[in-house]
Design a protein around this ligand. Structure first.
Ligand code: 5GP
Length: 202
């Protein structure tokens, strides 16, 4: 049985990265993280191959040309994308794959793999969102404004998703996401598909 493709997305600054880390820091999660490729420079403490595959613009554009990206987006002047090979191989081995990506990328995945599980992380409110972005202290004012504008547009896009999880508290949000993934395995259509596959194998 092929694994589930889990797409975790939401507006910029909502805390996707933090919730994702909380999810993966807990032992016994039964899904694999797909490390994205990006052309942005590593932030302090980020490790190549763990946080991102840090690659050049030329390398990234070559991967796009060769069809090696499941999805990609340009975000605040840099490319971000999901290498297709890892996702396919992991799903084929029967394991679930977890993507943490921005919303334009999620839209592309929805078109290519509509049977994925689409989870949207929402901020408690927009004021809180601006505070979080500013508190992070890594971005200039114009970048913050650009991120806020994008965030408002992104919230309108929630309709594309199967689940909306409020990020009021990291631990709570992380538990909600894990529960959603667990429940997805018990959906009748998935269980039936697995029964049918087993029958055909015999
Ligand atoms: P950051 O630069 O803060 O690490 O990431 C910026 C945004 O890019 C975040 O919203 C993050 O979720 C998103 N992102 C990270 N990896 C990917 C990816 O592979 N594809 C897309 N479309 N977005 C990504």
């Amino acid at each position: 049985m092929r694994g589930l493709l889990i797409v975790f997305s939401g507006p910029s600054g909502v805390g996707k990265g933090t919730v994702r880390k909380e999810i993966f820091d807990t032992p016994n999660h039964e899904f694999e993280y797909s490390v994205s490729a990006t052309t942005r420079s590593p932030r302090e403490g980020e490790v190549d191959g763990v946080d991102y595959h840090f690659i050049s613009k030329e390398e990234f554009e070559q991967m796009i040309e060769k069809g090696e990206m499941l999805e990609y987006a340009e975000y605040v002047g840099n490319y971000y994308g999901t290498p297709l090979k890892y996702v396919n191989e992991t799903l084929d081995s029967g394991k679930d794959v977890f993507l943490e990506i921005e919303v334009k990328g999620a839209e592309q995945v929805k078109e290519k793999a509509p049977d994925g599980v689409f989870i949207f992380l929402t901020p408690p409110d927009l004021t809180e969102l601006r505070k979080r972005i500013t508190d992070r202290g890594t971005d200039a004012e114009d970048v913050i404004n650009e991120r806020m504008k994008t965030a408002r547009e992104e919230i309108d896009m929630m309709a594309l998703y199967d689940y909306a999880v409020v990020n009021d508290e990291i631990k709570l949000a992380s538990d909600r996401v894990k529960n959603i993934i667990k429940s997805e395995h018990f959906r009748v259509d998935r269980v039936m598909k697995s029964y049918v596959e087993n029958l055909l194998e015999k």
